[in-house]
Design a protein around this ligand. Structure first.
Ligand SMILES: CC(C)(COP(=O)(O)OP(=O)(O)OC[C@H]1O[C@@H](n2cnc3c(N)ncnc32)[C@H](O)[C@@H]1OP(=O)(O)O)[C@@H](O)C(=O)NCCC(=O)NCCS
Length: 151
């Protein structure tokens, strides 16, 4: 059974492994993750699952976002990519009630992440030169469709 739950301290080693494989140039370190877990206790989420024996399995990915819709980071373990894990995590941010938008910065050369966000309905709305040192960021954004009143 799939579980998406808030980060806990015991997840740190697994998260750091995912991080180093996902962002080899500039991985967050453990102090950054601990600070983020204090800043975003309800929206630093990990993706895992339990087996029939009720034992929780390894962490497959994580997402950190602010309640106003800013994706701070998202990563899925390379072994578990293209299995819908990222989609399930990102949908948690996209389901925040009364949200005006969800947005993220993506490295210009991170074509995989750009394809992922595009598939999720995000569009490029801007760019920031040298956001990552000497590399540009694209700003990608998703806006919820307003519900029509039934009256
Ligand atoms: C981006 C990332 C989080 C996507 O996670 P994921 O679990 O593999 O994504 P999903 O399986 O939910 O993908 C959903 C859809 O997005 C698209 N997609 C995802 N990754 C893609 C890729 N590398 N290339 C092209 N399309 C991709 C596909 O349409 C996919 O559906 P499909 O597999 O049925 O074709 C993951 O690749 C990752 O951790 N990358 C490294 C870290 C990173 O770049 N994070 C984003 C920083 S802004």
């Amino acid at each position: 059974m799939l579980i998406i739950r808030p980060f806990s301290f015991s997840d740190l080693d697994a998260i750091l492994q995912i991080e180093r494989q996902s962002f080899p140039k500039s991985p967050y370190d453990w102090t950054t993750f601990l600070q983020l877990s204090v800043l975003y206790p309800e929206t630093f989420l990990v993706h895992t699952h339990i087996t029939d024996g009720q034992k929780e399995r390894t962490i497959r990915g994580y997402i950190i976002f602010s309640k106003n819709g800013h994706i701070i980071s998202i990563a899925v373990h390379p072994r578990h990519r293209r299995q819908g894990v990222g989609k399930e995590l990102l949908q948690r941010a996209m389901k925040i009630p009364r949200l005006k938008k969800v947005w993220a910065e993506v490295r210009r050369n991170n074509l995989g992440a750009q394809a992922f966000y595009s598939k999720m309905g995000f569009e490029m709305t801007g760019e920031v030169s040298n956001y990552y040192g000497n590399e540009d960021a694209l700003i990608i954004q998703w806006t919820p469709v307003p519900h029509k009143s039934s009256c």
